[in-house]
Design a protein around this ligand. Structure first.
Ligand code: HMH
Length: 216
């Protein structure tokens, strides 16, 4: 079996999982303004903790990056810095205490997965990074619906905006270039392709569980 070797083929191969990761009751509730404070605050707090660990993963990818990828990944890290600042500001506004926050098991598992990626090929790390950002970019576009409440409009703006979409597209292009070069060559390269697709599927599954965590 030939593994998917472009980012578009990865999405196609995991289509149901991708749709599930980017369409969830939690997102619908944000769009129509019916999300409970408890659910929203749980998501906020858990995502803050997630982004801390995700930043470390991005840092590890940067440390393995070829010269031509350094600006792109550095831009990604800069965006994560802004995200962390925003999370703190949002938590303060909503009266959520981040300082004593603990990761729920689903979040712990997702973070353990990101740490495991350290053992993988750089292309796999880049593909995972792309997949993780892709989900938030697509999910928070909320299928083009403008959220009822300004609070949730902020989220749509944060991850659904054109600049972030361009960043995610740039990551996909770099993944595609690397997978293309690696196509059809030796065993190791086939393994990298297979791993990218597998990691994509795992990211989708964990994103679904992450949304669900707001209700646990
Ligand atoms: C759970 N996935 C999750 N949180 C995020 N902040 C992103 C992806 C991308 O920023």
């Amino acid at each position: 079996i030939v593994p998917p070797h472009t980012t578009a083929e990865m999405i196609e191969a995991h289509k149901d999982a991708f749709i599930a990761a980017t369409n969830h009751d939690f997102l619908d509730a944000c769009a129509d303004g019916t999300v409970g404070d408890q659910q929203f605050n749980t998501w906020l707090l858990q995502d803050y903790l997630f982004v801390l660990e995700f930043s470390r993963m991005a840092g590890r990818a940067l440390s393995n990056a070829p010269d031509e990828h350094v600006p792109l990944l550095l831009g990604g890290l800069a965006a994560l810095k802004e995200e962390l600042v925003w999370f703190k500001y949002m938590a303060q506004r909503l009266g959520v205490d981040l300082s004593t926050a603990m990761k729920k098991p689903t979040n712990q598992e997702y973070c353990a997965f990101m740490r495991e990626l350290a053992e993988h090929d750089y292309t796999v790390q880049l593909a995972a990074y792309w997949a993780i950002e892709l989900v938030y970019n697509k999910a928070w576009q909320l299928n083009g619906k403008t959220p009822r409440k300004p609070l949730h409009q902020e989220l749509q703006q944060r991850w659904g905006n054109a600049e972030f979409t361009a960043f995610v597209t740039a990551l996909a292009e770099e993944v595609d270039k690397r997978l293309h070069v690696e196509v059809g060559a030796d065993e190791v390269q086939l393994m990298v392709q297979r791993e990218c697709s597998e990691v994509f599927g795992r990211v989708m599954a964990q994103e679904v569980r992450f949304w669900h965590m707001a209700y646990e």
